[in-house]
Each structure stands twice: as structure tokens, then as C-alpha cells.
Ligand binder design. Structure first.
Ligand code: XMP
Length: 532
């Protein structure tokens, strides 16, 4: 498959560039800027995109464009720092600007070029600027602050833009990227769900041959789509296992099992292990300790299951591309590392399996598109994220069977009411990319009648209430409902008061042991989505 190599110079937008290129149905991969030549050329790129980055191209030790890239003779597009690094490498001049330029800017085309002809408003974020173009280049567009807002060397097919075409704040920016990859690099736009499935199926068949393959399905999108892909490739050689930890949402196991049976014609083996989980969690209240216990228990139960099944050689994992990229990216944004603690439910490295990772090169929206193309139901493909350690992170204090049931019942009421009122579903789970932080909240707010994630948290707090003529002294729950595009930042959902009233009323009336309901009105940051 034709592809594009994107070199990451430490930009917070590097993944977004990759997503825009994929949206143009062109396969691309992201590499840290200093990745060895063999690794980059192994994907046989037909062009390079150089990302932005926080450094100055003229500083000692600054990331640079490796020489082999020029030697390939392939087209290059430099974005922001990428343009400056390109300029610097080719003998142009890069200097500090008098003032950092951040925000919207208007550009004007200086020559007729299809690369920039559809753009006028663009998003800038740079401290340095180009003061002299390298030989062979002409200015394609200028702005008040940047005389060289875009540059090109038509002969060598080298281009640079000072702004960020990949962010939503640059209207039509995606057209620039598409023009570069399709017209200038000549890549055929054939990266579609159908081609992804075809490619994966043949890879999986080649990898596993006639061996049996085990998959742990959690009800999450990734593990379900990964298992569905493997099932399409090898049918009954796949054994999909669902571990009922007792820490799942209402009807979770049945829903996933019926989705598999009805839509894929595949059986899901359910392992009832809740006793083991609750006894291991007995008396434990510290959040990290609870996570660890669930993670370890899960592995033990799963290993036992594998043994009973005659120790299949292969194991399916739903690793997706952002996990892969984040573990190898240049040190850019510590905030992203916060997510490492989310992998608690993962499997240890020494486990005796060879991994099958059919989603390893897919972004979340591609995973969903593949899931839909495979015939998985919308309810599974557009499911809300659910933490690996399950209800443990939402059951504050000790997790007992009784408290988990209480939480599950309250949660089911919230989800039922939200669903009836049309707040759940596809639109609410949008995973399209984000622009700079300050505007994410605006985007979140415009997702008016949808929520991206909603759940109930059981608090280790009891308070006095009155029911009938009786004094009560029972637990409280918090409702958490957020809108977000990427779950890295989120805003609390402005749910209608009537809806909240209905939910609170039903919870207190229908769930034993809860006499108070509060609504969480903090955004992320400073709060997180889950409470723990
Ligand atoms: P926070 O709480 O960090 O969560 O704002 C961000 C998103 O990640 C989900 N989350 C988890 N997912 N294992 C997971 O698979 C976990 O341990 C975990 N903790 C949080 C959370 O539901 C939210 O969507």
C-alpha cells in the first residue's frame, strides 16, 4: 500500500497530521524525527511530512531533517518547525520573531498554487520565522507577520507552511494535506475500511496459520473490533473469552455476547469469576491498590482459562495506534503519560503468547469504521469508554458485591434516562481531533444534546435523609456526564434540570441504600473524568 512518512519533531499536533492524512484515505505512519533510515524506508513512503516542534532549528542539538530524506528525491512538506528545519537544512535563514505569533492569521496567496489556493484563515503558533528562503524556493503565500507563510520549490517538490493545516482552526487545511499527499506525492487514496479489513485478514491468516487464537473481550470497542477482525480471518480457530469480574455495568456480558452471536456468528465464552474478584478486594480502599488487585486477578483468571483451553499459541490484543505512538514519541507532553496508569488491566510481558494486534496501526475512528464495516452493532462500536478496572474506579471506598450492585443499578438508571432523552449514541462519542486547548471547551459546549461519557459514582459518604416519615442514613452517589472530543480535556454536560431531577428521583426510589444524588460540575482539567 502506498504510504506517507510523517516525522515527529515533538509537536502536540503530530498525531493530528496523521489523522488528517488517513482521512484523505492515504496510509501514513508517524516516526520520531531521528528514526533510522531503514525503519522509515521500510514502509516505502512516497513523500514526507515534517511536523511542528517546540525547538529552534538553529539551536545546538535541535532536531534536524536527516540527510537520507533529501537523497530519496521524494516530495517533502514541512509544517511550522518542519518548514524551519527544512529551510535551515537547505541553506535558508531562520531567526527569532520579535513576537511569538499564536492564533488566527489571514494569508494571501502570492502565486497561483493549488496547495494554498483554498486557504485564507490559518492557525499560527510559532516563535521563529524564516527570513531568507533557501535557493530554488519561492514564497507561495504571505501574512502580515510572516512574509513566507508558505513556500515551495516546484522542481524538487519541497514545500513548507508556517501555519498548521492539520488543526480545525485552519479551514480547508485538510485540503492542503490531501493535495500534497494525493497530487504532489501521487499516492492513491485507497485506505478505506474495506481495504483495511482485507489487508488485516490476510496478515492474520499468514501470522497464525492453523493455530488456535485466544481473545479477551472486555466489551470495549478495541477488544471487540480486534476479536471481530480475527474471527473474520480465521473463524472458529478463535476462542473469545469474556471474564465476568462482577465489576461490569448492567447487562454488559449479555450485550457483548449477543452482539457477537447475532452480528458475527461467533460464540463468546463467559467465565464467571466475580467471587474471586470480590474476595481479593475485601477491605481494600486505596485506589491504586484496588486497581492493582483487579489487574493481577484478571491475569490469573485469564491464565487459568488459557490452560483449560489447551494453551493456545496466540493472543489477540486491541492495541491501537495512539498507544504505539505515545510509547515512542519524543518527549513532548507529559500530560499524555497520565494515561499509562490506564493500562492496568493489561497482560504482563512474560505471558506465554505470541500477540496478534490487528489494530496496531489504526486510530480510534478507524477502529470504529472497521467495526461498523464488519457488521458490529452501533451499540458496541459507539460504546462509551469503560475503565479496565471496571466499576472499581467508580466505587469509592471498599468494593463489595453489595456496593457494586448498588452502583450498577444507579448507573443503569442514568444511562436509561439519558438514552431515552437522546443524549447517548454515535454523535456523543465523537472522537474527531482537537485544536489547541483553549478552544476545546468551546467545541465541547457545542456538542449540545450529546454526552460523550456518563456514569454514576458511588461515594463512601453517608448522610441523613428522610423517606416517608423515616430518618435514613445512607450512601450518596454523584452523576458524572461530560462532553469531550478526545477525553484528554472535557467539560461537564449541561443536562436539563428536568432530566437530572428524574434520574435523582428514580435512583433514590429504586435503589436500596442511596438517599442522596449530586451532580459533578467540574471540567477536566482541573478534575479528571473518573473520580477514583
Ligand atoms: P480520566 O479519569 O483520566 O479518564 O479523565 C480519561 C478517560 O479514560 C478512561 N479511563 C480508563 N480507561 N482504564 C481504561 O481503560 C482505566 O484504568 C481508566 N481510567 C480512566 C475514562 O473512563 C475516561 O474516558
Amino acid at each position: 500500500m502506498d504510504s506517507i512518512a510523517i516525522l515527529d519533531f515533538g509537536s502536540q499536533y503530530a498525531q493530528i497530521i496523521a489523522r488528517r492524512v488517513r482521512e484523505a484515505q492515504v496510509y501514513c505512519e508517524l516516526f520520531p524525527w531521528d528514526t533510522p533510515m531503514e525503519k522509515i524506508l521500510a514502509i516505502q513512503p512516497k513523500g514526507f511530512i515534517l511536523s511542528g516542534g517546540p525547538r529552534s532549528a538553529y539551536e545546538d542539538g535541535a532536531p534536524y531533517v536527516q540527510d537520507f530524506i533529501f537523497k530519496t528525491g521524494l516530495p517533502i512538506l514541512g509544517i511550522c518547525y518542519g518548514m524551519q528545519a527544512l529551510t535551515y537544512a537547505l541553506g535558508g535563514q531562520v531567526d527569532p520573531s520579535a513576537q511569538r505569533e499564536y492564533g488566527y492569521a489571514e494569508i494571501e496567496a502570492l502565486v497561483s498554487s493549488p496547495l494554498v489556493s483554498s486557504l485564507s484563515t490559518v492557525w499560527m503558533s510559532h516563535g521563529d520565522r524564516i527570513t531568507k528562503l533557501p535557493d530554488g524556493f519561492v514564497a507561495l503565500a504571505g501574512s502580515g507577520n510572516s512574509p513566507f507563510a508558505a513556500m515551495g520549490d516546484m522542481k524538487r517538490k519541497y514545500f513548507g507552511v508556517q501555519f498548521h493545516p492539520e488543526v480545525h482552526h485552519t479551514p480547508n487545511g485538510e485540503k492542503l494535506l490531501k493535495h500534497f499527499v494525493v497530487e504532489i506525492c501521487g499516492v492513491k487514496p485507497n485506505w478505506t475500511p474495506a481495504s483495511i479489513i482485507e489487508d488485516s485478514v490476510s496478515r492474520i491468516r499468514k501470522q497464525v496459520g492453523t493455530e488456535r487464537v485466544l481473545a479477551a473481550v472486555s466489551g470495549g470497542v478495541d477488544s471487540s473490533v480486534a476479536a471481530a477482525l480475527v474471527h473474520k480471518a480465521i473463524g472458529d480457530q478463535l476462542v473469545a473469552v469474556f471474564v465476568d469480574t462482577g465489576l461490569l455495568r448492567e447487562n454488559e456480558g449479555e450485550q457483548v455476547a449477543s452482539a457477537f452471536r447475532e452480528h458475527l456468528g461467533a460464540e463468546l465464552l463467559t467465565v464467571e469469576a466475580s467471587d474471586e474478584f470480590f474476595s481479593a478486594l475485601k477491605g481494600v480502599t486505596e485506589p491504586e491498590a484496588k486497581r492493582k488487585i483487579v489487574g493481577e486477578k484478571f491475569i490469573r483468571v485469564f491464565e487459568g482459562q488459557a490452560k483449560q483451553l489447551g494453551q493456545p499459541k496466540f493472543l489477540v490484543q486491541g492495541t491501537i495506534y495512539p498507544d504505539v505512538v505515545e510509547s515512542s514519541a519524543p518527549d513532548r507532553n507529559k500530560a499524555e503519560r497520565i494515561k499509562t496508569h490506564h493500562n492496568v488491566g493489561g497482560l504482563p510481558e512474560d505471558i506465554q503468547f505470541e500477540l496478534v494486534e490487528p489494530l496496531r496501526y489504526l486510530f480510534k475512528d478507524e477502529v470504529r469504521a472497521v467495526g461498523e464495516a464488519l457488521g458490529l452493532p452501533e451499540s458496541l462500536v459507539w460504546r462509551q469508554p469503560f475503565p479496565g478496572p471496571g466499576l472499581t474506579v467508580r466505587c469509592l471506598g471498599e468494593v463489595t458485591r453489595e456496593r457494586a450492585s448498588r452502583l450498577r443499578a444507579a448507573d443503569a438508571i442514568l444511562l436509561e434516562e439519558l438514552s431515552k432523552a437522546g443524549f447517548l449514541g454515535k454523535r456523543g462519542s465523537s472522537s474527531s481531533s482537537t485544536g489547541p486547548g483553549s478552544t476545546i471547551c468551546q467545541a465541547n459546549r457545542t456538542a449540545a444534546r450529546t454526552v460523550s461519557q456518563a456514569f454514576v459514582v458511588l461515594l463512601p459518604v453517608r448522610s441523613v435523609g428522610v423517606m416517608g416519615d423515616q430518618r435514613t442514613y445512607q450512601e450518596a452517589v454523584a452523576i458524572r456526564a461530560v462532553t469531550t472530543e478526545d477525553f484528554m480535556t472535557a467539560d461537564w454536560a449541561r443536562l436539563p434540570h428536568d432530566l437530572l431531577a428524574r434520574v435523582a428521583n428514580r435512583i433514590v426510589n429504586e435503589v436500596d441504600g442511596i438517599n442522596r444524588v449530586v451532580y459533578d460540575i467540574t471540567s477536566k482539567p482541573p478534575a479528571t473524568i473518573e473520580w477514583e
